[in-house]
Design a binder for this molecule. Structure first.
Ligand SMILES: [Zn+2]
Ligand SMILES: [Zn+2]
Length: 418
């Protein structure tokens, strides 16, 4: 049955004022002054329209850790952040390493309004010793493969996984961390020295990114590098791309905006893995975004409860991010002039959609009717208590952010309204 038409009037798209007509779950026209009978008309005067954001690195914590987040709360957070497509990491309990868990995720996500793409584990129980059944996982609906939360420690295992992923036509995402460095809790540098705690050196990330680059160059197979945080990792990826490696990379808002000095407060909401680095690393990540070394911006949304985050040294790593990614991008990349708004949107929509190989991330006629309407000039002070996520561990708390999501539309239906 055809769905009711929705007409969005007078929004900015790449500097032009246009109307968008949605019908039957797709974008059916993008023109100036569309005159048509529509069941829903949104006055978008003064708002920008962009494709619904695509976040290919999210921890929904469901199944197994639903005290932190579940499918429903995670998708509410996504909708509030303008995100209409998310890829869910497999480090759940049980781990997403069999078709049953893929089916569980797809089934539970069905009525959330958000498109949820399950990522399957690379190795059984993410233990690094036995490759998962890529074919059956792909057939069940796995959109990608990753052991995120952990690295694939052995290079030969990673190469076998790259081959298996390529065979089933799915991307493979590498959490780069050499586990021989895994005893630290924040960046190894001035802050760790001042606090007297063990640090995580840049090299922990970079050596494994270099390994993945070498594997990609040797095999000619693609690999995607998760959450790039360190200057020398950016350099390694830039070099690998120049030499023709099929390597893509993502970073997260906290790596282009916040540095290790925040951890001096001994507040675990500033702890994640990889950790906040230095101002120099931030500059390098921004350069990487500008020159295309870093293709996409994702959140690595990683909810943990207040209790879990209460002890600075023992707290688990991770921060929430779904509801602040667009604002962080506008505040720290667009307003200072590092990226144009269009470039930011590209890195949060079509670029990650391409990496995942999904039909999303454009406002072309015929594309899915997934749209975010936002005011890039409106600011707010981030109050964690107002987040829709079950958890409030945001490193942007108390900060002034620019960019307010007003409507999120997914498959032609309003799933969030401010
Ligand atoms: Zn990771
Ligand atoms: Zn992650």
């Amino acid at each position: 049955m055809p769905t009711d038409k929705m007409l969005i009037k007078g929004c900015y798209i790449d500097g032009e004022i246009l109307d968008i007509l949605l019908s039957d779950g797709v974008i059916s026209a993008v023109e100036s002054d569309i005159q048509v009978d529509a069941a829903t008309i949104i006055d978008a005067n003064g708002l920008c329209a962009a494709p619904g954001l695509v976040d290919i690195h999210v921890h929904l914590r469901d199944p197994g850790f639903t005290h932190k987040e579940d499918m429903i709360s995670g998708c509410l957070a996504a909708a509030a952040g303008g995100v209409t497509s998310i890829a869910a990491m497999p480090n759940t309990k049980p781990v997403t390493d069999c078709p049953e868990i893929i089916q569980y995720v797809l089934e539970k996500a069905k009525n959330t309004g958000v498109h949820v793409y399950p990522i399957a584990a690379v190795t059984k129980a993410q233990q690094g010793s036995e490759l998962c059944g890529f074919e059956e996982l792909r057939a069940a609906g796995a959109a990608a493969f990753s052991d995120d939360g952990r690295p694939v420690e052995k290079a030969a295992m990673m190469l076998a996984a790259m081959k298996a992923a390529d065979k089933v036509g799915a991307p493979i995402i590498s959490h780069c961390e050499d586990m021989s460095f895994a005893h630290g809790i924040i960046n190894e540098g001035e802050a760790s020295k001042k606090l007297g705690v063990a640090g995580i050196p840049n090299a922990a990330e970079t050596v494994q990114a270099a390994r993945e680059a070498a594997l990609s160059l040797t095999s000619g197979l693609p690999v995607h590098i998760a959450h790039v945080s360190a200057a020398q990792t950016v350099a390694v990826i830039r070099d690998a791309k120049r030499r023709g490696a099929k390597i893509t990379a993502e970073t997260c808002p906290h790596y282009f905006s916040l540095d290790e000095s925040l951890t001096l407060s001994r507040d675990a909401d500033y702890r994640m893995n990889p950790p906040l680095r230095t101002k120099k690393d931030i500059e390098a990540v921004i350069d990487g975004l500008r020159d295309g070394t870093i293709d996409a911006i994702v959140t690595d949304h990683a909810p943990h409860t207040k209790e879990e985050k209460s002890d600075f040294e023992k707290a688990p790593n991770g921060v929430v991010g779904l509801e602040t990614s667009l604002a962080a991008g506008i505040t720290f990349l667009v307003r200072p002039g590092h990226l144009l708004l269009e470039e930011l949107i590209e890195k949060m929509t079509i670029a990650p959609a391409r990496i995942l190989g999904i039909n999303a991330g454009t406002l072309n006629v015929g594309a899915p009717a997934d749209i975010v309407l936002f005011n890039p000039d409106e600011s707010y002070i981030l109050d964690p208590a107002k987040l829709h996520s079950k958890s409030y561990n945001t490193p942007f708390k108390g900060m002034t952010l620019y960019g307010v999501v007003k409507y999120t539309i997914s498959s032609g239906k309003i799933i969030y309204k401010a």
